[in-house]
Design a protein around this ligand. Structure first.
Ligand code: BES
Ligand code: ZN
Length: 625
């Protein structure tokens, strides 16, 4: 063959090969790029305007004064920022804030507020460049700021509730759980009140109403918290203590006397507590939640003060968030189950360690019943909301606060534990918290981590069925079974009592702990007559119980039985207590039993006492504009 031709042929061949390999590399590179874009897309938080790849805040210095007369916080928020070389602005979230002045590195700048969207609010755009170091925003909050509840009267009190996206109603911030920053604050409050934050806290009131705070560990904005009121502090252990108003401080000191033991149990399970101190603040009864895991200082409803320490599992829950949530944080509100499901699991483990498996299994049995009921309910209206991984774009992230994230999440994690065995699971979870401390986690990354580190055999993967749990509707068939003999006994007693086989006095009510009493009352037949309700109350004085869970179950059944002797107690309860978990079922029971007039009359009186989180839900339920 012609050598020239051969040379030509080989050159061509080599060239083709090079081209092919370039093409191939290009394809790999493209796919890698699109993978990276996908990752970025996945991490997008639809509930925040911030663009962290352009610019992020790293530290907040908050200088504020709290004015009870006009219900306004006036403040300057100064942020250290980290700006990419090409960025021209930093975006922050705001709702109803009056922005007065903005500076960048000391110079006034031309800031702007963008158009408003429901729930999300407005973007505050501040011009910066790659060399900018610090922005400062002087502003005032609105008297109707969604996070804030101002309690009037002889004992004025203010508290915030920032989760999920209400921090932006009292501080302009990058209000996305994926962005963390440290903070310090100086707050001026009326003399005679103490200010407390999710930070280092005072234990005595200052003479001049000035307070200073530091939070040296980076936290997401939803954990920013402030409370102001005439509270006192009592230590209950070397790292633990309680704050409450003078009338409740003795009761609180007793009720939460086990906090240090809970903390020690938690550390023994999943590693060192990262926040130095763990204190608890008892809030006014208007607090819309049971508890809120503000770092270093859990905010709690006074309705868990039962006099007998019986409702302390709520403290175990908020404490557990010091790992699941506060240390390893859900990347967006679509991944909320990573915060709450793990926390319910951890809560259960703390309860088991401190109080024994019989108690923790009773709690799990009650959760299971609540979960099955709620899954049924959600399946009827919006089956996608029963997936662990949620889709909350264009919706209020509050919609994700259902038993799915909490209890479907819990049973999923329990299933993994039961599949691999406790020893292996505990080692995995401890490593998970340690390796991801002070970072975010999203559902897909968690799945990858889980497959690499725990569900690393075909058998294990098959046994769990990740897809069905995380991306599927309802409760999968392999849901772990919980059994509690004591709860089964309660059910047997209930059946016998309803069939008139045993009398009211023969019920072992006096021997029952609150979980058993709650089970009995919440499973009474809707058609239980007023006569029988009276019998129960006469025998066991249920209406004067100090346990608000039991009282709540009693009141709900009273509504369903139209047992009117309970109605004064009901009205009084609804006017004083703003905890949404109690309000929703009680108002709903009135609606469902043709007593909406009564519901509206009570709500009219009660509404001014409630927090925006509660009025939001109740207005919708009662169809109020
Ligand atoms: N972090 C939640 C409260 C929350 C969730 C507030 C989502 C706003 C948006 C807190 O840890 C919690 O779960 N509280 C529960 C108590 C718990 C024992 C289940 C509550 O308040 O009912
Ligand atoms: Zn929680």
């Amino acid at each position: 063959m012609n050598p020239d031709f051969m040379r030509y042929f080989y050159t061509l061949l080599a060239f083709a090969l090079i081209l092919a390999s370039i093409g191939c590399n290009q394809a790999i590179e493209n796919s890698r790029k699109s993978q990276a874009i996908l990752e970025m897309k996945r991490a997008t938080d639809f509930h925040s305007y911030s663009q962290p790849e352009e610019a992020v805040v790293t530290h907040l210095n908050w200088n504020a004064s709290v004015n009870f007369e006009d219900r306004i916080i006036r403040a300057t928020a100064t942020y250290d920022i980290d700006v990419s070389a090409t960025a021209e602005r930093i975006l922050l979230d705001c709702v109803d804030l009056t922005i007065e002045a903005v500076t960048v590195d000391g110079e006034s700048v031309d800031w702007s507020l963008g158009p408003e969207q429901p729930f999300i609010g407005q973007p505050l755009s501040v011009p910066v460049n790659g060399a900018s170091k610090r922005i400062s925003i002087q502003y005032a909050s609105s008297p109707s700021a969604g996070a804030l509840l101002w309690v009037e009267g002889a004992q004025p009190f203010l508290f915030t509730q920032s989760q999920a996206i209400l921090a932006r109603t009292w501080i302009p911030c990058q209000d996305s759980p994926g962005i963390r920053f440290t903070y310090e604050a100086h707050v001026d409050v009326p003399v005679g009140t103490m200010a407390l934050m999710s930070a280092t806290n005072p234990t005595v009131q200052s003479a001049d109403g000035h307070y200073d705070f530091r939070m040296d560990q980076p936290i997401p904005s939803y954990l920013l918290a402030l409370a102001v009121g005439n509270v006192e502090f009592r230590s209950v252990g070397p790292h633990t203590g309680v704050y409450a108003v003078p009338e409740l401080i003795d009761a609180a000191e007793y009720e939460f006397g086990e906090m240090e033991a809970l903390l020690v149990a938690a550390e023994n399970l999943y590693g060192k507590y990262a926040w130095e101190r763990y204190d608890l603040l008892v809030l006014p009864a208007a607090f819309p939640f049971g508890g809120m895991e503000n770092p270093r200082l859990t905010f709690a409803t006074p309705t868990i003060i039962a006099g007998d320490r019986s409702l302390v599992s709520l403290v175990a829950h908020e404490l557990a968030h010091s790992w699941s949530g506060n240390l390893v944080t859900n990347s967006t509100w679509d991944d909320f189950w990573l915060n709450e499901g793990f926390t319910v699991y951890f809560e259960q483990r703390i309860m088991e360690a401190v109080f024994g498996r019989e108690i923790s299994e009773m709690l799990a049995t009650l959760s299971y019943q609540g979960l099955v009921d709620e899954v049924d309910e959600i399946m009827d209206t919006n089956p996608d909301d029963t997936h662990l991984k949620l889709h909350l774009q264009n919706r209020n992230p509050d919609d994700g606060m259902t038993a799915i994230a909490y209890d479907k999440g819990y049973f999923f994690i329990r299933l993994i534990e039961e599949t691999v065995g406790r020893e292996g699971f505990d080692a995995f979870l401890k490593a998970y918290f340690t390796e991801h401390a002070f970072t975010v986690m999203d559902t897909d990354r968690f799945i990858t981590y889980l497959k690499e580190n725990l569900l690393n055999t075909e058998d294990r993967l098959m046994a769990v069925n990740l897809d069905a749990w995380i991306f599927g509707a309802g409760l999968p068939e392999n849901c772990p079974e919980v059994r509690s003999e004591r709860i089964e006994q309660v059910d047997a007693n209930l059946t016998a009592w309803e069939a008139n086989q045993i009398g009211t006095e023969e019920l072992p009510w006096a021997d029952w702990v609150y979980q058993e009493r709650y089970r009995f009352l919440s499973n009474l037949d809707d058609s239980t007559s007023a006569v029988r309700m009276k019998e129960l109350d006469l025998a066991w004085s249920i209406s004067s119980t100090g346990n608000n869970e039991v009282l709540f179950a009693w009141l709900e059944q009273s509504i369903r039985s139209t047992y009117s002797p309970s109605y004064d107690r009901l009205e009084n309860f609804l006017i004083n207590v703003g905890r949404r978990k109690f309000l929703t079922p009680l108002y709903r029971a009135m609606i469902e039993t043709d007593q909406k007039e009564m519901a509206l009359a009570i709500y009219k009186q009660a509404r001014p006492n409630y927090h925006s989180v509660a009025t939001g839900t109740m207005d919708e339920l009662l169809e109020i504009e």
